[in-house]
Design a protein around this ligand. Structure first.
Ligand code: IMP
Length: 175
């Protein structure tokens, strides 16, 4: 089977993840223990690389939402599949997302996590499709801005496939 064409190489991703980890570590240096909340499933690889490169005290939580049925059309309707398990009250929270497309998912997540009364919430996304934004949602740390393409690999899927590609590739959802 042919491999999806490369959008961002493995080395390119790793270099940017190292930059983000350094920046986040510097920004949170005086804040004590922070909690990184990975958004399943797409952020699992990004979270594991990012968290291992950080140099500040940190713990890991996961939250799971579902926003697309199986394909690539955003319905805008987001559903909570699994909430965080640990207590995040009065903690500094960093949401770690794979990609922000319309912004509905991230906006929904911020609402859910605010209800747990953290000390602060910031957001980090490996990828942002700036042209596709439908809602105004703050993204404090962005890995790469990309166009309106369907991206797979490094945790991201198309209909559950291609998550384990080491690079970010492009697929045509029509094919
Ligand atoms: P949003 O709610 O439209 O911002 O969509 C965010 C979610 O849609 C992400 O967390 C991904 O799970 C998924 N998504 C959006 N675009 C892509 C893509 O190009 N590849 C893989 N997943 C995507």
């Amino acid at each position: 089977m042919s491999q999806p064409p490369v959008l961002i190489s493995e080395d390119g991703i790793q270099a940017r993840v190292a930059d983000l980890a350094a920046q986040i570590s510097a920004d949170y240096e005086d804040k004590g223990d922070i909690v990184l909340i990975g958004v399943l499933k797409g952020a699992f690889i990004f979270l594991s690389d990012l968290s291992r490169r950080m140099t500040i005290p940190r713990t890991i939580e996961f939250i799971a939402v579902s926003s697309y049925a199986t394909g690539s059309i955003s319905s805008g309707a987001v559903r909570l599949v699994m909430d965080v398990r640990g207590n995040i009250e009065n903690r500094h929270v960093l949401i770690v997302e794979d990609i922000v497309d319309t912004g509905h998912t991230l906006k929904y997540l911020i609402g859910i996590l605010e209800s747990h009364r953290p000390a602060s919430i910031r957001t980090c996304a490996l990828l942002r499709k700036a042209e596709s934004a439908e809602v105004d949602v703050p993204i404090d740390y962005v890995g790469f801005d990309i166009g309106d393409e369907w991206v797979v690999g490094y945790g991201l899927d198309f209909a559950e496939h291609d998550r384990t590609l080491p690079y970010l590739g492009i697929v045509d959802p029509e094919v």
